[in-house]
Design a binder for this molecule. Structure first.
Ligand SMILES: Nc1nc2c(c(=O)[nH]1)N[C@H]1C(S)=C(S)[C@@H](COP(=O)(O)O)O[C@H]1N2
Ligand SMILES: [Mo]
Length: 348
């Protein structure tokens, strides 16, 4: 792992070491805002309350006794690849590794909501973690806050949204939210709240710090930025694992360019590669099968024929024909960095 920050820990995986569909737990990136809470699985309880008919508390043993599902999906930090932005943007300077694809086992959030009996008036579900501390930005609440985020009921009730207690078949590791975390496939990972301790059903859209000050962006309508919206769905993206940034490649020898592509769902129609800085593009080969909300691996064989510096890029197109953009959308500030990322290599 590459350490970007400690206390709180912010570690990214070495994306160059991508190897297959599932990211091992020990290689999965870690994005924390506050110190990791020490939770005792024996005494841990999840409280479900707010705009519900039957508020309740549930233990880990009870949660584990409910019907479980396993779902594979990509989690990507909304700030992944920020280091590619010029000028530099505030925040953790993630390269390519604040993303991973794992299999999560747990109980659908919808089952918990059904048990509580969500009232007619409810619109959102707030997910609160047990980690807390002082928020970072100057516009922040005066007291310590718990990490929390929310989902509109429509998303919260989708069958793929889980309260997960296993990651790739092992108990959820502590850095990834032990004993229980939310997993929200298709959305940037700030909604996948770790160390879950409370689910609060609310009658008005939640406007908490991590939904409005951080992980939000201005939209510009008719030339006036009129609205600040929370980030939600992931944008279509592909990343190159090999070659690595600044890798030296031998001239005249076939090289396997390798990477992954993902988006709000798994329907990647095409990945193309350019080895000349984006002037010309050729189709890469999609590998394996498409997995709902998983990433799609791809490869492209390239025999460099000219010495010197080359810029390699990849771009994905989804089933609707949407293609990754060539430039970063400045409205998104330091988030949603999903344009075609230039990988400089040296051929010798
Ligand atoms: N409780 C809690 N949940 C959290 C966070 C956090 O700091 N605290 N970080 C969020 C963000 S921004 C991301 S990108 C993902 C990272 O999940 P991971 O550390 O398991 O990769 O967790 C999300 N859930
Ligand atoms: Mo994130």
């Amino acid at each position: 792992m590459i350490i970007r920050q400690t206390q709180p820990d912010n570690l990214e995986s070495v994306f160059n070491e991508l190897d297959g569909q599932w990211t091992p737990n020990a290689a999965f990136y870690i994005r924390d805002h506050f110190p990791v809470p020490a939770l005792d699985p024996e005494t841990w309880r999840l409280r479900v309350e707010g705009s519900v008919d039957h508020p309740f508390e549930i233990s880990l043993a009870e949660l584990r006794s409910m019907p479980a599902t396993t779902y594979g999906c990509v989690l990507e930090c909304a700030g992944n690849s920020r280091v590619f932005l010029v000028p530099k943007r505030d925040g953790v300077q993630w390269e390519l590794g604040a993303v991973g694809c794992a299999q999560w086992t747990g109980v659908p959030l919808s089952a918990i909501l059904d048990r509580a009996g969500v009232r007619e008036s409810a619109v959102e579900v707030v997910l609160e973690g047990a980690d807390r501390g002082e928020a970072e930005k100057s516009s922040r609440p005066k007291d310590e806050i718990a990490y929390s985020h929310s989902l509109p009921l429509e998303k919260a009730r989708r069958p793929e949204v889980l309260l997960a207690y296993e990651m790739n078949g092992a108990p959820l590791p502590r850095p990834h939210g032990f004993p229980v975390r939310a997993v929200v496939p298709g959305w940037y990972a700030m909604c996948s709240v770790k160390w879950l301790q409370r689910i609060l059903v609310v009658d008005r859209p939640f406007q908490g710090y991590f939904k409005t000050v951080e992980y939000a962006y201005w939209t510009s309508n008719d030339g006036i930025p009129q609205e600040r919206l929370p980030l939600s769905e992931m944008a279509l993206k592909s990343e190159i694992a090999r070659p690595a940034i600044r890798e030296s490649l031998p001239m005249g020898r076939p090289y396997r360019v390798y990477g992954a592509a993902w988006g709000p769902d798994s329907r990647i129609a095409k990945v193309e590669v350019s080895v000349d800085g984006g002037d010309t593009w050729q189709d890469a080969k999609l590998l394996g099968e498409s997995i709902d909300h998983g990433w799609r691996l791809w490869e492209f064989w390239w025999t460099p024929e000219r010495p010197g510096q080359h810029t390699v890029l990849s771009r994905a197109t989804d089933a609707e024909g949407t293609m990754q953009p060539a430039e970063h959308d400045l409205n998104h500030e330091g988030y949603v960095v999903h344009h075609t990322l230039p990988i400089q290599v040296d051929v010798g």
